[in-house]
Structure formats: C-alpha cells, structure tokens
Design a protein around this ligand. Sequence first.
Ligand code: ZN
Length: 354
Amino acid sequence: MTKLMVFIDGTWLYSNLRHLAKESNQTGFYIDYGSLPHVLKAELEKRAKLKEMDLVRTFLFGSYPVNYDIMDEDRAKRRKDFFTLLREDYHYEVESFPIDYQRRRILHDDRDGEDTFSPREKCVDIALASSMLYYAAIPDGFDVALAVIGDKDYFPLLQKVRQLGKRVAVASIRQSCAKMYSDRQDEKHLKDYHIIWLNDMVESVAWKPEEWTVECKSPLHEGPREKLTTIRLREGQPFFCDECRAKFAEQKAEQMREFTSAGLENGLVPHDDTETLEGKFHEGVIDNLKPDRGFGFIRREDGQSFFFHVTHLTNAEWSSLQTGQKARFTVTKLPAGAQAGSAGDVTILATEES
Ligand SMILES: [Zn+2]
C-alpha cells in the first residue's frame, strides 16, 4: 500500500483561513481538523488514480504565545487547547514553538498604535522541513508527502524529497500560494500531482458544529446555568459561558492593574530568561491571598511573585486555599520591574506529613 504522510504549516493555514471562510456559506467557518487529512487523501487518490493509500501520520507545525498581556489569557489558552485537541482526539503529531510577546497584547489591533513590536515566529518552517526530510530518508517512512503550505521557502525541501525518490503533493489556498507551486509546467520540479486547492473543498473540510447542553461552572454566573454550546470540552474541563468568561477577563485585568500600580513589597525583582516559560513547572508558596476577591500570589524561593486567579486552579477548591500552601505552576508572564508575573495552571501540592 502507498504510504502517505501529511505535513501542515499550521501557522500559515491559520492565518489564511479567512480566504476559505469567505468562500464558505457558513458563519464562523472553522476547519474540521479531524477530517482534513482524510479529505486530502481521498482527493489525492482520485487524482493519482491510486487505490486506497495508507494515511500513516499527520503533522502540524505551529506556534503559541508566551509572555503576553493578561487580557489575552483566554485567547492563549484556546490555542493551547487546540493543539491538545489535535493530539488527543485526532492523533496529530503537533510540534509547536513559543512566540515571546514581551508582555504585549497578542493581536496587532489591540496594541498601542505607536508600538512597532512585531512578534517573531521561530522554528516552524525548519521543523516542518526537518520532519519531512527525516521521514523521506529513513526506510519505510512514506511514499508520498502531502505538504499543506503556501510560502515559497519550502521549495528546496520539496526538491530534495523528490530527489530521494519520494513523491510530493501540495495543497494550498489560491490567495496565499507561491506561484511556483501552482505552475503547471512545474519548472522547479516540485511536485508529482496537480496542486490541490483547499478553496475547492471548503464544504468538505468545514467543521459542522454540533450543539449540546452544558452547565456553566462559574461562581459568577447569573441566571439558568444550562447553556447551548458548540465548544468541545476536554475530559474534566469545566465549562464557563461567554458572559462569565468576559467577566473573568475583566476581573483579572482589573486586579492586575490594581496590583501593578501598588507595586510589590519587595521592590525590583530580577528578570528571568524567557526560556523559563517553555512548558516548565515552577514551585512556590501561596502568598498574599485575597480569599473574597478570587486571586492571590505565589512566591517562589528566589522572591519572584506570580499572580494567579481562581480560574487557574487545577485541583483545589478556591475556598480551601491557605497562605503558605505549596503550589506548582506554569508561568505565562514573567515578572518585570516591580510587577509580578502571572501563573498559568496552578496545582496545589499535598502537605507533607510530618
Ligand atoms: Zn456562566
């Protein structure tokens, strides 16, 4: 059986979805990542007049924000949840890399007009190229690589993969595709099949939302808790309705602002390298807890403090928290000057028996 691997430039696809959305009749167009590789495989089988191919693996390469403004926490978390969903539900191989926002807002439009900051993505294209070349070079990797790409940077990769005797297919989006990929003469010898346009398969790759009823778990919720939603929840993940999410965001931002203007008691704290943000856990003790306001701080041994909110707790009820308890946490924003950093998932550690 012909072995197929699919390699998706997730960053490119994500930033060009709007073109597909325009062509679909669906409001709120999203790609159904569960069916995407299978739809592409079926299309390729049709073109190549191949009998059924064996879809061995799907890779997606993307990035996620770190060190961003706390206002964007929900946005950043959705990105993380999306990668988790791809791994857990659809068995994608996801390789993702952090983008340091230097404590700024994630969307350009939310940033100060005079701010010239432009976030730098790292590694995504090289990671895709390395993976494809690796599986092209090892025995029994794949026979056909399908690249879901648009940037012209990938052309040397496709050439090399073909020089290794493998076949290459390209799927892209008309409005964002380097000409050489769609060139029917294929002067650069990049592919073995005509290009596949995602534009022509919008209906079959569109996510068809299903609605179900869930209960909002927010302590701030008003009115009936049962809500219709299309949001997919991971096992054990509590649901918060849109109104409550908005309230949380406001509450958190307000608390953070207030805290920032008050300053930290211990004055200036040293900067940490942003490396510290990458999927690492930190430990500290609960400090400066505001039980009635739903937030507190965790102080690390080196004196650096991290803000956390009731929504960050992963394993404890807010009402059971006490100052001095040990906690493990991820860092979503580094401390800077007199400002605290902020914590992500906070796990309360069991007190050691004495
Ligand atoms: Zn709610």
